[in-house]
Design a protein around this ligand. Structure first.
Ligand SMILES: [Zn+2]
Ligand SMILES: [Zn+2]
Ligand SMILES: [Zn+2]
Ligand SMILES: [Zn+2]
Length: 479
């Protein structure tokens, strides 16, 4: 039986209709809705090397091909290479008959023991840098390709601008188009003139003279010894090793060369509907803290399965879940029945209205339309939910040291609340798997009072929210 973790078992339904675990979903305090990775815009904040933690602006990173100049990865296993120091005997410059000890540095992998000496790279006299770059024989050709595609991109941009301006009806714009004063002027005179010369000739070709590649029937044959000589697998590189350096694609292990480490990014996430930040890391790469972190984990009551129970087809079983209040305010919670189709239809209607009203696609927010995946939201079991309301106590970090039972403060209905501990309560659900179901999946709507801490004069501080929750209760035993 495949064992699933809590994050796979209990999922919240995002406002876009995708089920996501509470650990990978955000809660926008301004829209009061759940937002997943699909409905936020991702922005790059910091580019940095994960090894030396040096950060750099994006232009510099692009020049360095998004790789760190000083840190290397092992070409054999991908682990970070470390610099090792050793001393060698070198001839004394004053007296050639004597030798002196000199400190030299080489790169070594602590994981697979590959060293730069394996491929006859000469040792360096300084600890960092100094490693000769490998020359790419195709450098010129690649450069001309880049140039070519840059001009293709520019031409497409000009065309797009034209199309856009031809749609507009204002007299000002038609004039500006006449004198080519539209925003195309910022692309640069050179590309614009080349574009006009192209269109006047009606030639679909490009400015750069790049002969397109032609497929050849005749290719070089295999080397003669390939069928006669025995293959030594330890000397042949794997596909991964080859593809790690696409420019050279070494076939033999003695041609492996240290790889510059890839740069990583820190991103901030922004709600696409209200433009507020949902997650913003600290700028400094060495910090793992966030300036803003609106994970649903801090704002939405967490639902967990308490223990695995045996389920039988069409047989009512008691399943316990726990609810946990992560906020510093008391919460009133009600569990309501959930019908996916009806809920999604209503949600879509509301979202479409909101989209036309407020979906921000300004240049500030880089909105990438991600096609919506179709997720299977079908529920395979009936669930009898406890009636009535229950109160979730506020989170109190000192509660776990408290020996005293504070349960008596709440007049709980034993029909609803199975147990209570600090800000958690256990709730019994009665689950009845359907006849043909292999797993019992139930859904309910978690209705709770959320105390909004965003200080706005117009909004009321406490609002009632409905969060659909989908719980995979477990496999159903066949009789
Ligand atoms: Zn979403
Ligand atoms: Zn680095
Ligand atoms: Zn290695
Ligand atoms: Zn929002």
């Amino acid at each position: 039986m495949a064992h699933l973790f809590q994050v796979d078992r209990v999922r919240l339904l995002c406002s876009c209709g995708l089920p996501r675990p509470i650990t990978s979903i955000y809660f926008c305090r301004h829209c009061l809705k759940l937002r997943c990775g699909n409905c936020v815009s991702h922005e790059v904040d910091t580019l940095f090397c994960p090894n030396c933690l040096e950060n750099m602006p994006s232009t510099e990173a692009r020049l360095k091909k998004n790789r760190c100049a000083n840190c290397f990865d092992c070409p054999s296993c991908g682990h970070t290479l470390s610099t090792r120091a050793t001393s060698i005997q070198a001839p004394n410059p004053d007296d050639s008959s004597k030798t002196v000890a000199r400190k030299v540095y080489y790169l070594a992998c602590t994981s697979c023991r590959w060293t730069s000496r394996d491929v006859n790279l000469s040792d360096q006299t300084v600890a960092t840098g100094g490693w000769a770059e490998q020359d790419n024989v195709h450098y010129k050709y690649l450069q001309s390709l880049l140039e070519h595609y840059r001009s293709v991109a520019q031409r497409e941009k000009v065309e797009r601008e034209r199309k856009r301006s031809s749609f507009r009806k204002s007299s000002y714009l038609s004039l500006s188009e006449k004198f080519s004063l539209s925003s195309t002027s910022m692309i640069g005179r050179k590309s614009l003139s080349s574009f006009t010369s192209l269109t006047s000739k009606g030639d679909p070709g490009l400015i750069s003279e790049l002969a397109p590649c032609v497929a050849e029937e005749e290719v070089d044959g295999l080397p003669d010894n390939i069928f006669t000589e025995e293959v030594d697998l330890s000397k042949v590189t794997t596909m991964d090793q080859r593809m790690a350096s696409p420019e050279w694609q070494p076939e033999e292990t003695d041609c492996l060369y240290p790889l510059h480490k890839h740069i990583l990014v820190k991103r901030s996430l922004r709600c696409r509907y209200c433009e507020h930040n949902l997650s913003k890391p600290e700028y400094n790469p060495s910090s793992i803290k966030f300036k803003i972190q609106l994970g649903a984990f801090y704002h939405v009551p967490e639902v967990r399965m308490v223990r695995q129970v045996e389920l039988k087809s069409e047989k009512e079983t008691n399943v316990q879940i726990s609810l946990c209040n992560p906020t510093p305010h008391d919460m009133t919670v009600t569990l309501l029945p959930f019908v996916p189709e009806a809920y999604l239809a209503a949600q879509q209607k509301g979202e479409e209205l909101a989209e036309t009203a407020s979906l921000n696609t300004s240049s500030l927010v880089r909105a990438v339309e991600i096609p919506r995946e179709k997720e299977d939201l079908s529920l395979s079991a009936e669930v009898a939910l406890p009636q009535g309301q229950l109160v979730l106590a506020a989170r109190d970090d000192t509660a776990e040291y408290d020996d005293q039972d504070s349960n008596s403060a709440y007049k709980d209905d034993p029909q609803v609340v199975a147990w209570r501990r600090a800000n958690k309560v256990g709730v019994n659900l009665l689950v009845t798997p359907r006849a043909d179901a292999a797993r019992a999946v139930v859904g309910f709507i978690l209705r709770y009072d959320y105390t909004n801490t965003v200080a706005t004069a117009t909004e009321s501080r406490t609002v009632t929210l409905n969060m659909p929750v989908i719980v995979d209760v477990g496999p159903v035993e066949k009789e």
